[in-house]
Each structure stands twice: as structure tokens, then as C-alpha cells.
Design a protein around this ligand. Structure first.
Ligand code: SF4
Length: 268
């Protein structure tokens, strides 16, 4: 964990009280979301720093996931092409933060068939460099009968992939054509906000905050029930898991998360 000067309890509580109107409430990308980003990132950072729960990484991920679900439900008004039984996009490269991995593992653990598929997919994913993953597909091991079998535990990025066009999805994911994904309006912004807030909280808490290849990380988390506790204690539980190549220090997400973290750090 990072050591940095904390506010006294009374001053910190003033921020917490002021945040109450914004924490967990849907984000509206048509409005100025900066106060909500700070409030929700502060909330998650305090969970990680001060909550003694051994499941606090999962709890932070669950909070971010419920926030993105509420925000998407409020913001998306166009007819969505996605439906249960349509899993075309679940063949693409997926990366996420480690709290999301622990949460996904919670939805998979104990299902021997799924755990075996994760092991196989992890081995395959490790053998294919990320730049070749779009031509050497690794079908997500959580996908069963073209539906997500851990739907309530799926990562933030999976929740925000809402398409307006099945033909475009087929062109991209089935036919391998260079076509722009038909994002529903506002979904990219909401996903960005959720990711930046979660990552800012992790930065403030002194924990790894980047996005990592999902299947390899999930495989490791499933093999060790103490993984979350060890990770929270600073152990290199996921050593060897590849960072998403798009997640570099000069990327937009990276810099915004760092900027949000620097603001939040001064208010807790
Ligand atoms: S976790 Fe679920 S939604 Fe995400 S890629 Fe896998 S099957 Fe699809």
C-alpha cells in the first residue's frame, strides 16, 4: 500500500458527506461528470484503504460494475442488437483490472468444466502474442451456448460492449473485416469513466491498476483461493500475466487515471 499523508477523520468525513449525493448514482456523459468521478473514485479508494474486508477487491469491482450497469441503463435509449445467445464479441482479446479478475473468479470457482476451459484458454492465450489475437482467436472460456455463464460477475468492459448493429458485429468478429464497431451512444464514455475511477482508486491504494490479459489472470486466481488476500498484501500473485499493450503510460486512460488519483489522494 502507498504511504501518503491522510486527512484527519473530521475533514475526510466532510468529503464523504458531500459525496453521498453522487456515489453509486448513474453517470450522465452529457453532463459534467468530474464531481461524480472524484466522489466515486474516492469511495472506492476508501474501500481499498480502510475497509478490513478480505473481499474488498471484489467489492470494489462489484461497485464499479453496478455503477456502469446503472449508468448504461439510464443513458442508452437506442435499440440494442445484443441479446442472450449472441456471443460473437466474446472471441476477442479481453483485458481488465485484477479486482475484476477476482470477481469473475467468484462466478466461476467450483464449476469444474469452466475451470478446465479457463486452464486451456489460458495456455492458448499465453502462446499467442496480443497483436495476433484478432486473427488467432481465443474464445472466452466463460462463454457457454453463446451466452456468458458468469454474467453477473463479468468485467466492466464486457458490460459496455453494446452494439447497434448485428451485421457490423458479424463483419468484425466472424468475418475479420475492418469495420467500426457500432457503439451505442454514450457507452464508450461511460466505460471510460468506470475504468478511470476504478484505476484511480487502485493507484491511490498503491495496488496494480493496469489492464491485464483476462484468461491467464483468471487461471491464476482460480488456482489459489488465497490469491485476493495475497494480492491485497502486495504479493506478486500475477507475475508473468501480460499487460494490455494498449495500456501504456502515455495512453489517455493511464494519464486520466493518474490525474484523478492525484486529486483524490489529497482528499482522503
Ligand atoms: S466474460 Fe462473459 S461477456 Fe466477457 S468475454 Fe467472457 S463470455 Fe463474453
Amino acid at each position: 500500500m502507498n504511504a501518503f499523508p491522510r486527512l484527519d477523520a473530521a475533514t475526510r468525513q466532510k468529503f464523504i458527506d458531500a459525496d453521498a449525493a453522487l456515489v453509486g448514482k448513474p453517470l450522465n456523459p452529457a453532463e459534467n461528470c468530474v464531481p461524480a468521478l472524484q466522489a466515486n473514485a474516492r469511495h472506492m479508494a476508501l474501500m481499498l484503504l480502510d475497509d478490513p474486508s478480505p473481499a474488498r477487491a471484489r467489492e470494489v469491482a462489484a461497485f464499479a460494475e453496478s455503477l456502469i450497469d446503472a449508468s448504461l441503463a439510464a443513458a442508452v435509449t437506442e435499440p440494442i442488437a445484443c441479446a442472450k445467445g449472441c456471443g460473437h464479441c466474446c472471441v476477442t482479446y479481453v483485458s481488465c483490472t485484477f479486482p475484476e479478475i477476482f470477481r469473475l473468479a467468484e462466478g466461476v470457482r467450483g464449476r469444474a468444466d469452466a475451470e478446465a476451459r479457463v486452464r486451456d484458454a489460458s495456455a492458448r492465450a499465453q502462446s499467442i502474442p496480443q497483436v495476433y489475437r484478432e486473427v488467432n482467436r481465443v474464445i472466452c472460456p466463460i462463454l457457454v451456448d453463446s451466452a456468458c455463464s458468469a454474467y453477473a460477475h463479468r468485467p466492466v468492459v464486457c458490460r459496455a460492449v453494446l452494439s447497434l448493429s448485428l451485421p457490423k458485429c458479424l463483419a468484425i468478429f466472424r468475418d475479420g473485416l475492418r469495420v467500426d464497431f457500432a457503439h451505442a451512444t454514450g457507452t464508450e464514455a461511460i466505460r471510460g469513466y468506470a475504468v478511470i475511477m476504478l484505476r484511480a482508486a487502485l493507484i491511490v491504494a498503491g495496488l496494480p491498476h493496469q489492464n491485464y490479459e483476462m484468461t491467464h489472470a483468471l487461471d491464476i486466481a482460480l488456482r489459489d483461493e488465497t490469491a485476493e488476500a495475497r494480492w491485497l498484501a502486495g504479493e506478486p500473485v500475477f507475475a508473468g500475466v501480460a499487460v494490455d499493450r494498449a495500456d501504456i503510460a502515455d495512453s489517455h486512460f493511464y494519464q486520466l487515471a493518474e490525474a484523478l488519483a492525484s486529486v483524490v489522494r489529497q482528499t482522503i
